[in-house]
Design a protein. Structure first.
Length: 314
């Protein structure tokens, strides 16, 4: 198991970029997209990653600079992304979720960072799930307990998405990634997910939303039963399902992206998991060679690694 931060970040960004041109499109049962293309759903060139990667690397950069999780600084960097197109692939902003935008507006109007996220049941898009990976890496390399990490995950999600369903989705993803980083197989990590781990912290409504993961029925479902919308539950299900159905980075990402709808985020979450599982060396070179600002992404991951990775647990 490679624990390089680059594995997850490049795996995330590459799959994000693969999914960008077919976002909002219907599921592909044949003629599946397997190559980087441009000028599809968004008028951007091939290899362009979306807000998913932008917000992820903004978070990563903040932690590296501050050497801690600084909520105000993370939000400041999100504002720089939103208003100045910092942390973008082409120096242009072309996508932002409604719930995320509302949270940033709340912050600009003077709200405390942890009070900016929306707490309505209809505000459970995948906008916090898609940017939580750096918090998991930080918790892992700092040797945080699961309880310490749980608090941080909840708080960082709440910057934009504060409902318990979003919080729990981020927690399930974080626990799955942590188990992979600790050497568990993808199957072991999946079967380790249990509602008993969460029922003291999240309401029944949230626990029930993830019943297909907790009941272990997810990997046995047919593709037609898998949703791939921007709903946080659907995104997490689709990503773990695609991971469990395949045995290499490319196959998992191709399956995830071709599910349709929110292709960049489903792709990105799947890409992060499988980047960690199989290492950056198993990301197709034909994709990496077209990835915008690849060296920039690598440098951000390397700077984070220099600060935190020597503290890796034995």
């Amino acid at each position: 198991m490679n624990n390089s931060v680059e594995d997850g970040i490049l795996g995330f960004a590459c799959a994000d970029a693969l999914g960008v041109p077919i976002e909002f499109t219907m599921r592909k049962k044949s003629n599946k997209l397997k190559e980087m293309v441009g000028y599809g759903s968004h008028k951007v060139p091939e290899g362009t990653w979306s807000d998913d990667t932008s917000m992820t690397i903004a978070t990563l950069d903040s932690i590296t600079e501050k050497e801690k999780i600084d909520y105000s600084d993370i939000m400041d960097k999100f504002i720089d992304w939103y208003q100045k197109a910092n942390y973008t692939a082409t120096d242009q902003l072309f996508d932002i979720g409604i719930t995320t935008r509302n949270a940033l507006m709340n912050y600009q109007m003077g709200k405390s960072p942890l009070l900016c996220g929306e707490n309505h049941v209809r505000s459970n898009g995948n906008g916090s799930l898609m940017r939580i990976l750096p918090i998991v890496y930080y918790g892992y390399y700092q040797g945080m307990s699961r309880e310490e990490l749980r608090v941080k995950i909840d708080e960082v999600s709440s910057l934009t998405h504060a409902h318990s369903i979003s919080l729990l989705g981020c927690q399930i993803y974080a626990d799955y990634i942590m188990d992979l980083l600790n050497g568990k197989s993808k199957e072991e990590a999946f079967f380790h997910l249990s509602p008993s781990n969460y029922q003291n912290y999240y309401p029944k409504e949230a626990i029930d939303a993830y019943h297909r993961i907790f009941s272990k029925e997810l990997p046995n479902l047919e593709e037609d039963s898998i949703q791939s919308s921007g709903y946080v539950v659907s995104t997490l299900e689709a990503s773990i399902w695609s991971t469990l159905k395949n045995s290499d980075y490319e196959s998992a990402v191709v399956m995830a992206v071709n599910l349709g709808e929110d292709t960049d985020t489903v792709g990105a979450i799947t890409g992060s998991i499988n980047g960690i599982l199989y290492g950056k060396e198993n990301i197709p070179e034909r994709w990496l060679s077209k990835l915008k600002k690849k060296e920039y992404l690598e440098s951000l991951a390397q700077e984070f690694s220099k600060k935190f990775c020597p503290q890796n647990r034995k």
